[in-house]
Design a protein around this ligand. Structure first.
Ligand code: SF4
Length: 322
């Protein structure tokens, strides 16, 4: 395989909780605890897991919106783990983000054309006419009318606003877009339109996506490879087909079984999840999933499983069949 566009190695984000009663040290919350993966040019890696598993924190660390506690992030071989100043500015050109709530991420007092144009003006100077034609072209690419350039964000529907967010992310021709739950705030019919738009844009422009979502159905549609996160760590990662057809981790199996499938013939075997997601105040020893796993045995309660190769070619962190 070619060199990775994005490489994440042993990434960590730990938060120190405030001191407890009588000056006892507070609990250290390990929101991201040793995550490694790569994203290659022109591909989509889906990063999935329940709310609170650390997947959005991974996105923020890559965007350098938050400082990692440990590990390394490389773009095209350059270490950007602690980038600031000019290197960070240049990173913004190559890596952009699409947010869950397009309304909150767009300046409501600016017209749509100016919103999309702003990043371009910050990076290079071109005659106004040339900028106008670039922006009009981009509006066409994301399925917005040229006249929409004069509107304010509140005049758009939710789906149109997300198209506007995508246009703004694309205006600098980034190589990678970190899309954090980009369709979860939209109606189901609009979700499909925006997902298809992202896929079409990838075909046309060759942009790679790190697609962060709790929705396995959406990820199955858009991703080439899938990484499943649980309690701050990746528990399974591999080609989409291997992960969906032969899931090796019980948590992946339970997520897939819980995802809605309309055709009853395609329904998958159910793996019922018991218990709650563990608390960061009292993190479990051994496998973090053991309190909910129907297959847990003694070893699971004391020894943390590492990612090892599985039948389908993916990696999974589970003592079963390792
Ligand atoms: Fe279940 Fe044990 Fe595998 Fe963890 S290591 S997922 S508890 S079988």
């Amino acid at each position: 395989m070619s060199t990775a566009l994005l490489e994440v190695r042993d990434l960590k984000k730990h938060y120190g909780a405030p001191k407890g009663a009588f000056g006892h040290p507070g609990t250290r919350v390990k929101a991201v605890d040793g995550v490694s993966f790569s994203v290659y040019s022109g591909e989509t890696l889906g990063l999935v897991g329940e709310s609170g598993c650390g997947k959005s924190t991974v996105g923020k660390l890559i965007m350098r919106l938050s400082d990692p506690t440990g590990g390394m992030i490389r773009i095209d071989g350059s270490d950007i783990t602690h980038a600031h100043g000019e290197p960070l500015r240049q990173l913004r050109r190559r890596v952009q983000m699409v947010f869950q709530d397009p309304y909150a991420s767009l300046n409501g007092r600016m017209r749509a054309g100016a919103i999309v144009r702003e990043p371009l003006e910050n990076f290079d100077w071109r005659p106004a006419k040339e900028l106008d034609s670039i922006i009009a072209d981009l509006f066409g690419k994301v399925g917005l009318q040229r006249e929409a350039m004069q509107k304010f964000p509140f005049e758009f529907s939710g789906g149109q606003r997300q198209r506007l967010g995508i246009a703004r992310a694309l205006v600098l021709s980034p190589e990678l877009i970190v899309a954090d739950e980009p369709v979860s705030a939209l109606d189901v019919s609009v979700q499909a339109q925006v997902i298809n738009l992202l896929m079409d844009l990838q075909q046309e422009l060759g942009v790679a996506y790190l697609f962060i979502s709790h929705d396995l159905g959406v990820v199955e549609h858009i991703a080439h490879r899938v990484a499943v996160m649980y309690f701050g760590r990746i528990v399974e990662i591999g080609q989409k087909k291997a992960v969906f057809d032969q899931p090796a981790h019980p948590y992946t199996r339970s997520l897939i079984a819980a995802a809605p499938v309309i055709d009853p013939a395609l329904r998958r075997e159910r793996v019922l999840l018991e218990g709650e997601i563990p608390s960061h105040d009292n993190p479990p020893a051994g496998c973090a999933f053991h309190s909910r796993c129907p297959f847990a045995f003694d070893r699971c309660r004391v020894e943390r499983p590492e990612l090892t190769p599985r039948k389908g070619g993916q990696l999974a962190a589970c003592h079963l069949n390792d």
